[in-house]
Design a protein around this ligand. Sequence first.
Ligand SMILES: [Cu+2]
Length: 160
Amino acid sequence: MVCISACIGTSGDGRGTVCSLIAKATGGRRPTSMVSNRIFNSPHEIRKADMLNRRRFLLTLAVGACASPLRAQTPTRLTHQVKITNFAFLPALLKVRAGDIVEWTNQDLVPHTATANDHSWDTGSLENGVTSRIVMSAPGTFAYRCAFHPHMEGVVTVEK
Ligand SMILES: [Cu+2]
C-alpha cells in the first residue's frame, strides 16, 4: 500500500518518475486517458467507468511498483554473534556493514565486557548467559577488549 501512495499525487499528469515508468510498462496508458472513447449515456456512467479504470490503474501501479528493483535495494540489517568463551571472543575478528548488529553472549562463569578501545561503544558487564546487542552505525575499525581482562581482545570492522 505504501507503493500506491507514493504515486497518487502525480497520477494526474503522469509525469512523476515512477508514474511515467508505470505508464510505459502499461503500454503508455496514463490516468488522464483512462476514460475510453466509447459514448456514455449519462454523467453517472462516465463516473462509474472512470472509477473502474482508476481502480484498475491503481492495481497495476501497486503490482508494478512493489515488484520494482527499488524495493530489492533496501539494505538488510544483519545480526552477527560473538561468543565469549574461555576468556576469548569468538570470532575475535569480525567484519560487518554499517547498521548491522553485533551480539555478544558470555558463556563463561565470570563476568566480561566488550568495550571499544575508543569507548564509542560498550556492552557493560555481562554475567554468565547474558547477551548484549550493539548497533554498529559508524564505519571504522574498532579494536575492543574486556574491561576486566584486558588481554581479551577483538576487532570489529564496520564497512559503509
Ligand atoms: Cu573478561
